[in-house]
Design a protein around this ligand. Structure first.
Ligand code: C2O
Ligand code: CU
Length: 465
């Protein structure tokens, strides 16, 4: 049934591309509309001001899209913005034509027009959707939401998606405009905010009965900030990372680092008296910042069940390392970096010209910006071994589209029982080796998820044929 569905999608997309009736092959209108448009949000605690955001359905975050594993998401993106847009379904091992990457898998959706996305979701887990066009503007202004894919039999717990973000705002609630144009965040650590929100709320409070099991689905939608997240001295078990079930472990004392694009599912239970508050903390080096609070309320629940082991997703986990194709990615550039020049559109360009004329400051393997030719063409079913080598002075969160990879080594030392992820933090000077089976045909983007870094050159792609 899925194959037929995929097949159908390919033909319908091709048909649309050759400008036949776009809805050819459809038997019905999409199940829902998702409109990218301006809105207002109250993002600053203690200030009676709103921020002119851009959001899906005009809100930050956009609506929670929730479906069952193997179910088809079927919607029409309507562009109500003043510039083109697209939607990427982050972490979904999608059919290529539905991946939402302008310039690679689709044309950007022009102002006032729409694009139909329809695909079946192979994996259960915590995913998210966001604009993948002009991300420095569109991600910053709020075009994202949670995409939750439930297990066939979800564990019994209250399930709470929590999207982390930070915003760079002035006292009147407006955006600090230079963040959209300045080269500074692009050459340094990316766009950092001065206000943090959870689900677009600067002061989120959630009532929970004492003792009730909760599944918190944390999603980092920030442009560039890595959030070390902690929950006071409550036992919190990490049960999944980037949508994939992982070996259970506790949130470390110094916080669980969640980089831009990454997700973590935590299993927690708050004990205590009615009225007590437990905080979700951003463990900032200058002191904890409260991201949101759980307020104990209502009848206590006696539940002593352990964190559940989530069922495995149908990921191809058998790596064929002996015949693996090696596609290393060496990151260079940025402030205080060693990069003197890079290839841009087939030409060697010196760093000054790159920065001044093209707004580029970083390279992968000596190439800045999306190359015309892929990093590699890999036969379907082959294993790809991908070392991420960070030769810069800044952390990067490397994201591979269409696949999940296993973390194998860090600086040459094996990572025991490495998790399967779609996005990994690579700290300055580090080398992290990952691998995956390239089993999803199409053209797939690889980039740093820090929006300003991607805009300034940190992107490439590979093709599975
Ligand atoms: Cu979440 Cu290419 O992105
Ligand atoms: Cu980066």
């Amino acid at each position: 049934m899925h194959l037929t569905r995929r097949q159908f999608l390919k033909t319908s997309v091709l048909a649309a591309a050759s400008s036949l009736v776009p809805a050819i092959g459809r038997t019905a209108d999409p199940v829902r509309l998702l409109t990218a448009k301006p809105g207002q949000a109250r993002l600053m605690d203690g200030y009676d001001v709103t921020t002119p955001i851009w959001g899906f359905d005009g809100a930050v975050p956009g609506p929670v899209l929730r479906l069952r594993r193997a179910e088809t998401l079927d919607l029409r993106l309507v562009n109500g913005l003043t510039q083109s847009t697209s939607v990427h379904w982050h972490g979904i091992r999608n059919v290529n034509a539905m991946d939402g990457v302008p310039g690679l898998t689709q044309e950007p959706v022009p102002v006032g027009e729409s694009f139909d996305y329809a695909f079946a979701t192979p994996d259960a887990g915590t995913y998210w959707y966001h604009s993948h066009y002009n991300s420095v503007d569109q991600l910053t202004r709020g075009l994202y939401g949670a995409l939750i894919v439930e297990e066939d039999e979800p564990p019994a717990a209250r399930d709470i998606p929590l999207i982390l973000d930070d915003w760079l705002l002035q006292e009147d609630g407006s955006f600090v405009e230079h963040q959209f144009t300045s080269m500074h965040p692009r050459t340094h650590g990316g766009g950092m905010g001065n206000w943090a929100t959870l689900n677009g709320d600067p002061n989120l409070k959630i009532n929970v009965p004492p003792g009730e099991a909760l599944r918190l689905r944390l999603i980092n939608a920030a442009n560039a900030r890595v959030f070390p997240v902690g929950i006071g001295d409550v036992d919190a078990t990490v049960i999944a990372l980037d949508g994939q079930p992982c070996t259970h472990h506790q949130v470390p004392e110094e916080g669980l680092r969640i980089g831009p694009g990454q997700r973590a599912d935590l299993w927690v239970r708050f004990e205590g008296d009615v009225g007590d508050e437990r905080n979700l903390l951003f463990r900032h080096r200058e002191g904890d910042v409260v991201l949101g609070s759980f307020v104990l309320a209502g009848e206590p629940v006696t539940d002593t069940s352990d964190a559940p082991k989530l069922p495995d997703n149908p990921l191809q986990k058998k790596l064929g390392m002996a015949e693996a194709v090696e596609l290393p990615i060496r990151m260079e550039g940025g402030a205080m970096g060693q990069m003197r020049e890079a290839v841009y559109k087939g030409q060697k360009v010196d760093i000054r010209t790159l920065v001044r004329e093209h707004g580029l400051a970083w390279s992968f393997n000596g190439v800045a910006g999306l190359p015309e030719r892929p990093l590699g063409r890999v036969a379907r079913g082959r294993t790809v071994s991908m070392p991420f080598i960070n030769d810069t002075r800044w952390p990067h969160t490397m994201h591979v589209h269409g696949h999940h990879f296993q973390l194998l080594q860090k600086n040459g030392a094996p990572i025991n029982d490495g998790p399967w992820r779609d996005t990994v933090i690579v700290d300055p000077g580090d080398r992290i080796d990952v691998a995956f089976v390239a089993d999803n045909p199409g053209k797939w983007l690889i980039h740093c998820h820090m929006a300003e870094h991607m805009a300034a050159g940190m992107e490439t792609w590979f093709e599975v044929v």
